[in-house]
Design a protein around this ligand. Structure first.
Ligand code: AGP
Length: 615
């Protein structure tokens, strides 16, 4: 997904733009560029590849201008190339853009028919040429922007600079996230908070249909195009939690995996309360309201968030006895789901809060009168503004493209929701534990995560073996099945090794044909007395076909699974319902170390972005 940053104020813009683009790298990109409005005229520098390449291209140039824009591009219209990199320009106008203009082709054809000659394949150039042509027709800068906006269809945001004006910058939010950040010497606009320098003391998350005109001295005015009037917006003081780079860690992903014990401890301390000596789960009032009325729960998400949702289904149905349907968001929105506003609750899982398909599912539910609850990591994101209620993952900024701590927070919160909706009698019947007993055990999980992290040496031995593999199968039963899907996704998305997750009982229905001498098969074994023997027999099925068996299980059943495994990790014991939280860590470490052995870019895997704001 593209990254946007802009500045207008009293200081030179360039250093802030370059640092901000570095901070936006985690979003995934293939080229970068900047434009600085200099006294002598605008100066544009663009390059394919990393921001380091861009810096090399700029090295030595004196660019003291105090108005500028910058961009990291994740190609949608047109291949990665210098010509297609942003900023794009026309006349005195320079633009950086995130999102897609869906009717770009017909607009471009009109301009070409009028004699315009395009320098790029981007929809971004179409926008800036339309605005410039409107200005040449006699309209002012902001009026021209407004008029062109009425022609553009799609979900996007852009920042456009005018080389000659006192009001040199206009920011437009039409669906892709954009924030304002204020400091003593000027104002920033960026795709997300991470691009802002530490001196930004307060921010304003822009809303859809906001248009901001920014003066050279950093003063600004927000117009709501939807209501054609100025929008009062309060500056929110900015929390600097976690926005401090990798520190001593080699990669963001490893840092974020290691942050999980502390993150989970903080999350649980805010959700598990001791009332009259009894432990219970408590959410905010608006969340309690939508949960209490749910007779059927619809969960939607993409990728890792979908896997978390699948695990949520297992927990909510088993512990609370409430039916749950889980959908991949991009399927949900087109399969015509039967929604029941009287009984349904839609839970949307999206760490970024900007995934286009998940947002579309929220909008579908709302249009049908179904209440919506979003589990989101990014405060101020679109999902938090559009859902009826939100639960923040409180995982802190996650820069690695591969979701780790946000996944852990999602499955923790979904398990808490299941416990919140359960009755003591049902819990005792299903788990043999009271609600208080499970919550006591839950509060100990951060300590067990610490122990899981210390297994890093065992994990690296397995990772070294996987790094030589062409294909890996993951399998689990019950709550371990969604975990197997997630372990496979982690491995494939950062090591590029083909991997698939299966239900343990499913291999003999086809996938077993994939197993040949030495095929790595990784089994997950929660300490569930009913499922462990079944999983061990599934493991033996693969062993008899030559599989290289790897097992990750509770040390309570080590004697069952270790003898049939070529390599195994034994994890600290805990109630089966909480085991996926403990087992998630070694699966994440396994993918991480395997990618390191392969010398790959762990934090920015090829072809992927941290948040997919396009369909
Ligand atoms: C997970 O490691 C991937 N980065 C990806 O599958 C991600 O989970 C998916 O794109 C959903 O993102 P979201 O949670 O921000 O909606």
């Amino acid at each position: 997904m593209c990254g946007i940053i802009g500045y207008a104020g009293l200081s030179p813009a360039l250093p802030y733009l370059l640092k901000g683009l570095e901070q936006l790298e985690y979003r995934g990109y293939d080229s970068a560029g900047i434009a600085i409005m200099e006294e002598s005229g605008p100066r544009v520098v663009k390059s394919v590849g990393s921001t380091a390449r861009l810096k090399e291209r700029i090295a030595g140039e004196q660019l003291p201008g105090s108005v500028g824009i910058g961009h990291t591009r994740w190609a949608t219209h047109g291949a990665p190339s210098e010509a297609n990199a942003h900023p794009q320009w026309a006349g005195p106008l320079y633009i950086v853009h995130n999102g897609i203009v869906e009717n770009e082709r017909v607009l471009r054809e009109g301009l070409v028919a009028d004699g315009e000659v395009f320098a790029s394949d981007t929809d971004t150039e179409t926008i800036v040429r339309l605005i410039y042509r409107t200005m040449k027709g006699g309209s002012g800068f902001s009026e021209s922007v407004r008029r062109v906006l009425s022609l553009l269809e799609g979900s996007y945001s852009f920042l456009i600079a005018h080389a000659d004006l006192e009001e040199p910058l206009i920011a437009v939010h039409r669906g892709a996230p954009l924030l304002l950040g204020a400091c003593t010497h000027g104002v920033f606009v960026a795709s997300d908070m991470t691009a802002f320098p530490v001196e930004v003391h307060s921010t304003i998350p822009l809303e859809k249909d906001d248009m901001v005109t920014i003066r050279a001295d950093g003063r600004f005015e927000i117009i709501s195009l939807a209501h054609s009037r100025e929008r009062e917006a309060k500056l929110v003081s900015r929390s600097h939690h976690g926005v401090h780079g990798k520190g001593e860690y080699p990669h963001y992903m490893f840092k974020e995996i290691c942050e999980q014990p502390e993150m989970l401890g903080a999350l649980l301390s805010g959700k598990i309360r001791r009332e009259n000596g009894l432990l219970n789960v408590r959410f905010a009032a608006e969340t309690e309201k939508v949960l209490s009325r749910a007779r059927r729960i619809r969960i939607v998400g993409c990728g890792t968030s979908f896997h978390a949702g699948l695990l949520g289904k297992y927990r909510i149905e088993s512990l609370a006895g409430i039916p749950v349907e889980v959908d991949i968001a991009s399927e949900f929105r087109y399969r015509n789901p039967i929604l029941d506003p009287e009984n349904d609750l839609l839970i949307a899982l999206t760490q970024s809060g900007e995934t286009a398909d998940t947002l579309a599912a929220i909008r579908m539910a709302r249009a049908s009168g179904v209440p919506t609850l979003a589990l989101v990591n990014v405060e101020g994101s679109t999902a938090t503004r559009e859902a009826d209620a939100s639960i923040f993952l409180e995982a802190g900024p996650e820069f690695g493209v591969a979701a780790t701590k946000t996944f852990l927070s999602q499955i923790a919160i979904l398990t808490l929701i299941a416990l919140r909706l359960s009755s003591d009698s049902r819990l005792a019947e299903r788990t043999g534990l009271s609600k208080g007993g499970i919550l006591e055990a839950f509060l100990k999980i951060p300590m067990l995560l610490d122990k899981s992290l210390s297994l890093s040496t065992g994990v690296t031995g397995i990772a070294r073996r996987l790094a030589e593999s062409r294909s890996v199968l993951f399998m689990g039963r019950g709550g371990d099945f969604p975990l197997a899907l997630e372990g496979a996704l982690k491995l494939k998305e950062i090591t590029y090794i083909h991997a698939e997750g299966y239900a343990g009982g499913e291999l003999k229905h086809g996938p077993l044909a994939l197993v040949e001498e030495g095929t790595p098969v990784l089994s997950l074994l929660s300490p569930d007395p009913q499922l462990v023997p079944k999983m061990v027999s599934n493991m033996k099925e693969t062993l008899s076909r030559g599989a290289f068996l790897i097992s990750i299980g509770s040390d309570h059943y080590l004697d069952e699974f270790s003898p049939v495994s070529s390599m195994s990790l034994s994890l600290p014991d805990c109630p089966p319902v909480l085991f996926p939280l403990v087992a998630a860590v070694p699966l994440q470490l396994l993918a991480y170390h395997t990618a390191c052995f392969k010398g790959l870019d762990v934090d920015r895997p090829r072809n992927l972005a941290k948040s997919v704001t396009v369909e």
